[in-house]
Design a binder for this molecule. Structure first.
Ligand SMILES: [Zn+2]
Ligand SMILES: [Zn+2]
Length: 100
């Protein structure tokens, strides 16, 4: 992992070998960066996905990969008639199973 001092402070990441010049992997700045092995960086604590409750480290969206995929595509998907038919059919099947 390669990051500048600004990003290091923001994330609370450890200091590494300083003085390597390159592009910060976080903000893309071409500053003097810390070169730190990825395993030395503490992973963010997972939070429950706001849709399905699975743990996720996507702090911005608070959605797991799966839910994000579906939810970011759903609007577009529903624009097609076949897509809507498919969703309605699936919802009816869920209806039968979950008795909403
Ligand atoms: Zn940076
Ligand atoms: Zn989810």
């Amino acid at each position: 992992m390669f990051y500048c001092d600004e990003c290091r402070k923001k994330k609370g990441w450890p200091e590494g070998l300083r003085g390597s010049r390159g592009r910060c992997e976080v903000c893309g700045d071409g500053a003097v960066c810390h070169d730190v092995p990825s395993h030395a960086i503490p992973l963010p604590k997972p939070v429950p996905c706001k849709t399905c409750g699975e743990p996720t480290t996507m702090m911005g969206t608070k959605l797991c990969d799966g839910c994000w995929e579906v939810e970011s595509r759903l609007e577009k998907y529903l624009e097609s008639e076949k897509g809507r038919e498919h969703v309605v059919r699936r919802l009816k099947e869920c209806d039968a199973v979950f008795k909403w």
